[in-house]
Ligand binder design. Structure first.
Ligand code: AGP
Length: 604
């Protein structure tokens, strides 16, 4: 998805902008560009494809003096990924970068075209720069012109604008798309659409709210407005270090993130899984009063984690739970009951469909809870309550540690509700906590396992498809295993309930159909076994993942945890993640930035 950076100061502007864009690469993009304003001259460069193409184009451009600049990585929505459609977009004397979608751009564009304005690109963004220039010509005041422009925009946007008629300022506006502004001790000013772009540069930051706009300059600092009135700057220290956001010796961010799961899960449970009870300081003691059901809503991997945990909510907390795909939920005219707790799950906290579903639930008067990895994200800011997953920055587009930490938080939440509703005894809760504390061990990747999966992967590069199958909690894990594989291998993979295969998909079974069978000891082992036997009888190629050796399997990955269904779940999760990773590596794909995908899907 698109990324924005901006800078005012006397460092090498090009370096600062490109470096910031590099930190946003993980969000996915297909073109990039920068514009630099110095001595009343604006220079702009754009390139299709990866940032190295932009670096090549700017190699002879060395803006070593005070100035300002804006930059952008674009993920095409309106118009193809071409240089013309890449940002910054220019008018006669101004440049703009934008994230989000201007929903009324067509009518604005028609009006401007009728007045003789010529558009170069197919983007929605270009209307912003022309609207600004039109307003400036009428009002002769850049701030008023910017305000008038923003007032005309409908939809989601984070915008930065530079103009030669006011060469000391960068104008900014935010509505629905994330934007952060910060400064360092020298009072250099930085903008970013995510704090990843500001780490190591800004020391304090302001997370802008929807409807915020304003301007910054070296002399005036940051001027923030909302509804025409000046707003106090709510600055926060920017924590986090750049090194932890780098690959740390691994070949890929995804690989590093798989290995990191053990550590981050320790953080996830810290201070929450006490000896005999679950504690969430983020929740009021009366948080669950009046609630008689849960609706979980999310997309992609986050949806899969919700689906898995619905089994726990019903089984442990004895609370009716349903799970919804956010993009479907938004338009199905759902019946919303204020006695239902509305739980949204999101790694990024910016997924447009999840965010909109959350707003619907909030507007209908439901209590809302976000399970999220990014503090201060849009989803966190509008939820009544938040449980942060504490996974740290996840850069691989294919989510791994975010999934693990989401499941962990919800497992603890189901026990927390069970405590409140007294659906489990103290002994039962303590036993679950023991199991929780064992999970960091269960997800540790040992060399033997990784080597085994690496070797196995070479046998799974062809065929006409994969079925990941499992029952109960292991069905959502099968869905997640298949999603991982298809995202980074581009091979067709489906997750299926093991018992459902004979109702259709078994027709596909032959030696070229690869079945990844999740066969935990603690949940319906015999039933899954007989489902796998049915596939084996039809000559499907079987890779069994189980603590029990399964004679009919073509390949077998031995898992070791058999004390608790959840330890089996987490251990098998790691096997499926490694399998997807190693198949992708063998196929020569871009593991961290798979084609057509974006880390944070901020458009519907
Ligand atoms: C995960 O591997 C995916 N890339 C994707 O399905 C993701 O989980 C989905 O877009 C939801 O994102 P979120 O968790 O940031 O809301």
């Amino acid at each position: 998805m698109c990324g924005i950076v901006g800078y005012i100061g006397d460092e090498d502007i090009k370096e600062v902008l490109v470096d910031g864009l590099r930190e946003l690469e993980y969000r996915g993009y297909d073109s990039a560009g920068i514009a630099v304003l110095q001595d009343n001259e604006i220079q702009s460069f754009k390139a299709v494809g990866k940032l190295k193409n932009l670096e090549e184009k700017t190699k002879n451009f060395n803006p070593h003096a005070f100035g300002m600049g804006i930059g952008h990585t674009r993920w095409a929505t309106h118009g193809k990924p071409t240089e013309i459609n890449a940002h910054p977009h220019l008018g006669e004397f101004s440049y703009v970068v934008h994230n989000g979608i201007i929903e009324n751009y067509q009518e604005l564009k028609k009006e401007l075209q009728a007045e003789g304005v010529r558009f170069l690109s197919q983007t929605d963004t270009e209307v912003i720069v022309h609207l600004f220039e039109k307003s400036y010509k009428a009002l002769n005041d850049p701030m008023q012109a910017f305000e008038a422009t923003v007032n005309k925009l409908e939809g989601a946007y984070a915008v930065l604008l530079m103009t030669k008629v006011d060469p000391d300022r960068i104008y900014f506006a935010k509505n629905g798309s994330p934007m952060i502004v910060g400064n360092n001790d020298k009072n250099d000013i930085f903008f970013g659409s995510s704090d990843a772009a500001l780490i190591g540069k800004a020391t304090e930051v302001i997370y802008l709210d929807d409807g915020d706009y304003g301007y910054t300059s070296a002399k005036e600092g940051i001027t923030l407005l909302h509804n025409g009135k000046e707003k106090t700057l709510n600055k926060k220290a920017l924590l986090g270090d750049k090194i932890s956001a780098q690959k740390g010796g691994f070949r890929f961010f995804m690989e590093k993130e798989i290995y990191e799961q053990s550590e981050v899960l320790v953080d996830t449970v810290m201070g929450r899984a006490l000896d005999t009870k679950i504690q969430f300081e983020e929740l009021d003691p009366n948080f669950f009063d009046g609630i008689d059901g849960i609706t979980i809503c999310a997309c992609g991997t986050s949806y899969n984690s919700g689906l898995a945990c619905a089994y726990l909510f019903e089984r442990q907390a004895k609370i009716r739970t349903n799970v919804e795909i956010a993009s479907e939920f938004r338009y199905k005219e759902p019946l919303l009951d204020p006695k239902t707790l509305f739980v949204v799950i999101s790694q990024s906290g910016e997924t447009a469909d999840t965010l909109e579903a959350l707003k619907m639930a909030r507007d209908a008067g439901l209590k809302t809870l976000a399970i999220c990895n990014v503090d201060n994200s849009s989803i966190v800011r509008i939820s009544d309550y938040t449980l942060l997953t504490r996974a740290g920055i996840e850069k691989g587009v294919a989510s791994t540690k975010a999934f693990a930490t989401q499941v962990m938080v919800m497992w603890m939440l189901s026990l927390y509700i069970a405590q409140h509703k007294k659906t489990m005894s103290e002994e039962e809760i303590s036993a679950e906590i023991q199991a929780i504390r064992h999970i960091p061990q269960a997800v540790k990747v040992n060399d033997k396992l990784h080597e085994k999966v690496k070797r196995l992967s070479k046998r799974y590069l062809h065929g006409h498809g994969f079925f990941f199958i499992g029952r109960d909690l292991f069905y959502p894990l099968a869905l997640e295993g298949a999603l991982k594989l298809k995202e980074i291998s581009y091979l067709h993979a489906e997750g299926y309930p093991a018992g459902e295969m004979k109702h259709g998909p078994i027709a596909l079974a032959d030696s070229e159909l690869f079945t990844i069978a999740l066969m935990p000891k603690n949940i319906h082992y015999d039933k899954v076994k007989s489902n796998v036997e049915e596939l084996s009888a039809r000559d499907a190629t079987i890779l069994a993942i189980s603590p029990e050796r399964f004679e009919l399997a073509d390949d077998y990955v031995h898992t070791y945890c058999s004390d608790h269904a959840m330890s089996e779940f987490f251990e098998m999760m790691v096997v499926t993640q490694l399998l997807a990773l190693e198949i992708s590596v063998r196929l020569g794909n871009d593991v961290d930035m798979p084609r057509n995908l974006a880390k944070s899907v901020t458009v519907e």
